[in-house]
Each structure stands twice: as C-alpha cells, then as structure tokens.
Design a protein. Sequence first.
Length: 336
Amino acid sequence: MTMVRGSQSICFQEAPYVISAGSIVGKKEFEGPLGNLFDMAGEDNLFGEQTWEAAESRMQKEACVLALEKAGIDAKEVRYLYGGDLLRQGIATSMGVEALQIPMFGLYGACSTSGEALALGAMAVAAGYGEYMLAVTSSHFGSAEKEFRFPLAYASQRPLSAHWTVTGSGAFLIGKKRSHVRVSGVTVGKIVDYGLKDSQNMGACMAPAACDTILQNLKDFGRQETDYDRIITGDLGYVGQTILFDLVRKKGKDIKQNHMDCGMTIFDQQRQDTHAGGSGCGCAAVTLAAYILPKIESGEWRRVLFVPTGALMSTVSFNEGESVPGIAHGIVLEHC
C-alpha cells in the first residue's frame, strides 16, 4: 500500500510521533500572551553571549537539550538532526548544534523551515532510517534585522505591514516511541511567486503559498477544511491572513472559522507594538512547541494542519530587484 497521496502529499502507514519539544524565547516573547508556556526565556536577548548570532546558536543548543531531556534520550541515540535558521550559510544552526555531535542536515526554507525539518524528520523515521530524529529551527530579532534590513542602532522606522522577528528556538524529537501526537501526513509545498517585491510586507508575499499548500492538502487527502480543528499558518500576520482568506474563498473554501496564525498569537499587537505580527523561523516553532502541541496532546484538538510559511528572499536577491517568492509546508498532526 503506497504512502503517496495526490501530487504533493504523503500519508504514513506507520505514523511517527512527536515525542517531545523544547522552546526558548527572548524577553519580548516572554512578555507576550504565551509567555508562561515557554520552557525557558532569556533575561536579555544575548543569552550570556557577546553577539546576536552567538545568542541564536545558544538558543538552538538549549532547545535541543530541552527536547532530549524531556524524552530521556541521549544525543548519541539520535540518528539525524534537521535544522535551519535565517542567517547566511545557516551559521546559527551549525554553530549551535556542533557540541551535540549529531549527524546534521542544514536546511533553509526561510520561516517555513520548521515545517521542512518536521517533514523530513518524520519521513526518515517512517522509512526506517533511524529510531529518533531531531528537528530544530531558530530566529533572532537582532541578527535578522542586521542580516536583512538595518542594524538596530540605525533605528529605522518600520511600516505597519512589517513583522517583528521572533527571538526564539523550537526543537522537536520525532521517533517511533509512542506519544499522544503523531505526524500522520505531510504536504510538501511548491514555490509560489506573485511578483511582489516589498520585503516589509512578507504576509502578502507568503499568503499565496499558504493558500496553495492548504488547498493541495485538502485535495490530496480528500478532506474538507472542517476536517481540521485548526488550520495554522506560521507567520502571515494580520495583513497576510486577510489575503489568505480572500484567496481561499475564491477557490470555494472557507477557513475563517478554524484558522490560526502563529505570528498573530505570539504577540499582543496593540500592547507590544509588533505591527503585522511575529515572523522568523522561531515564530512557528516555539508556538508549536509551547501552545499547539499541548492542545493536541490533551485531545482538545484532534487533528491540526500546521502550515509554516516562508518568504524566500536574501539581501542579494532584494538588492538586485527580484521578487519575493513564498513557500509553505503542511504537517498533519493528530491526537492519539
């Protein structure tokens, strides 16, 4: 019996489990609506390091250690690690997980990287390539601003459509060991480009990709939008959510009643002045680890479609006037 579903999806015959998760965030995230749910929060955003980049690496390492400790698993038992971040050459990941000495695949899917890592980790376990896989992603407001926009000392003004990059890292241990959350399927996203060039409006750039993946998931699995307790996007924010609703409605579907966006959930828009909402690889990852997984574990949500979204841009492509394409990966998580 084939595990292939439709044109882009996989339905696992023996679904792997999300055994444990670790989350670590910065001060602003801790002060947000989900603050007390995170495993660890830094008193400042340097986490005892000298640079933003080193701080991000520190977060990745700590998140992985937390996930492993919760499961009672030693790093030597993990077959492969799938990790990524927003920085050039993925330095936050490579320098962060170096001490763990786990064979590693470095990934880049922009803010959709947590979905990419979870999908590949689940596929590897289901294929029998190892008993345990570790998926980890991170982002940091300071390092991302320096990488993609302006150093913080420049004090540039942000438009209302701009996101606030989440300082945080989420790690997930995936394996055959039974838990109350299983990865029953994945829908791998395609690159979708509507020709938008505004890097300060990533919600608009990513919404078409989110729409494409959500609709493809429903088609491949033969489901309706109401078959999911929640359809959760990574960081479309307030602008991107409105666009997503319009795009989905034009295709004859309506997800307004059961949609949630991590970027809109992690911050209080009015009190914390985060404009369109949160973003970054860490946004969807820490929200999944601290808020979404516990609801699935308890059975409050029986089936969730987790769809992290990414804007595939770089400083080079932006400065050369290229558009900002988007991508989104769908992960089907079920209570068991």
